[in-house]
Write a protein of this length. Sequence first.
Length: 98
Amino acid sequence: VQTLGENAPSQLILYHYPDLKEEKGLVFMTAEMDPKFMTVPQAQCLANQVQLFYGTQRQETYRLVETFNHRPAEFKHTLVIAELEQSGLGAAALPKGP
């Protein structure tokens, strides 16, 4: 079994264009995804989660990112789930029933 690690192919790449951030308060985003690994709705859900956690003005939300990156032993995935449920994105990630 071969482990690719950092050489693994990208499954989703998000590009951000902040050219209009100062003037208009807008940052455009586009993405490249590998359809062998995810669907368009799954990629959209991930992009929404990136915006939720990295583009937030809420310190409580961004603190989850800081804890994950800098103090992983203190990180609790249940807090991420709670944040996703509160934002409404949690339900979007669940498969829809018949």
